[in-house]
Ligand binder design. Structure first.
Ligand code: MEV
Length: 337
């Protein structure tokens, strides 16, 4: 039996625009998905999943496609989760050169499903790593990131960037621009996450932006402007002392850029009433800036707050189900057992 874990992430800048070749800067956070893999004697795969949201509930499904999991989340989300795990197993089999390798897989996660914190990428990364190691082989993090991207790309019908999977495999702050993926230095950022208890449909949201971009020049310009914001933001990160608390002026400027990034994402139609409400609750509480993170439509926002009131203010907001501070996760995929 092997156990691997991989972190979720927040986007400081650049989600959606990264799908069109603009740069993005996601940062891994200390919320992890953990996958256990046990080789089987036959060629079947059995998957058991628990705690796929912050609420904690159980999702279980068996070998038959007719088995309906008994869960309190939309079945489309569970189907999507199954799709990611199936593709992760396909990648592990390919890496092992054994198309008939069977596994018992258990997924535990404290990253809300579909909430914009990279739950699917973390599960895919951890699942490929655990399954490959369960059969006595090894895969290095860059090769793993590539395989995890292929899995997401297939499930999301070609509408995926390398950002989520690369960040989860490598940990820390990363920069992704098309095929160019690299780790970058970052200061100790005062990140606060607010979660509305909901989820967005990444495929639909990405398709919506694509449609707007094709119909309106403003939307194509907006995507490019998000790229400009990201380039400016990464320059600020590069100027700061890695791993140290950044000075107040830097946090303010990063926050301003996050606010603008959120406005541009709203213009592209991927925010929601509750995401906007949480962004404003954070700003009113003194956060230097706040934006939605991930695909949008519902789920999480990320704020920068060195002061400390944002987490509590979000907790009091009707639109926020849970808020927490989160440190940058310096470790990406990790063998737990
Ligand atoms: C989803 O977590 C982030 C998006 O930019 C899609 C992607 O990069 O694959 C919306």
């Amino acid at each position: 039996m092997t156990v691997s874990s991989a972190p979720g992430k927040v986007y400081l800048f650049g989600e959606h625009a990264v799908v069109y070749g603009e740069p993005a800067v996601p940062c891994a956070i200390e919320r992890r998905a953990q996958v256990t893999a046990e080789p089987r004697d036959d060629d079947r795969v059995r998957v058991e999943a628990t705690d796929l949201t912050l609420d904690g509930f159980t999702v279980e499904w068996g070998e038959s496609a007719d088995d309906h999991p008994d869960v309190d989340v939309p079945s489309s989300l569970v189907e999507a989760a199954m799709g990611y795990i199936e593709e992760a197993v396909a990648q592990a089999r390919d890496a092992l050169d054994d198309p008939e390798a069977g596994f018992d897989i258990t997924v535990e996660s404290d990253i809300p499903l579909g909430g914009g914190l990279g739950s699917s990428a973390a599960v895919v990364v951890a699942a490929i790593d655990a399954a490959v190691r369960a059969r006595g082989a090894k895969i290095d993090p860059r090769a793993l990131a590539d395989r995890a991207y292929q899995a997401e790309h297939t499930v999301q019908e070609g509408q995926a960037s390398r950002a989520d999977t690369f960040c989860s495999a490598m940990g820390g702050a990363v920069r992704v621009e098309g095929e160019d993926t690299r780790a970058i230095d970052a200061p100790e950022l005062p990140l606060v996450v607010g979660y509305d208890g909901g989820a967005g449909d990444t495929g639909k949201l990405v398709a919506g932006v694509r449609d707007l971009r094709e119909r309106y020049e403003f939307a194509a310009d907006t995507v490019e402007s998000i790229g400009d914001i990201t380039r400016r933001g990464e320059q600020l990160l590069a100027d700061a002392e890695p791993g140290e608390a950044p000075d107040a002026a830097l946090v303010e400027e990063l926050g301003d850029l996050m606010d603008i990034n959120h406005g541009l994402l709203s213009a592209l139609g991927v925010s929601s009433r509750s995401l906007d409400a949480m962004v404003w609750a954070a700003r009113n509480a003194g956060a230097s800036g706040a934006k939605l993170t991930g695909a949008g439509g519902g789920g999480c926002i990320v704020a920068l707050d060195a002061g400390g009131d944002t987490e509590r203010a979000l907790g009091f907001s009707n639109d926020c189900e849970q808020s927490f501070r989160s440190a940058l996760a310096t470790e990406g995929v990790r063998a737990e057992e």
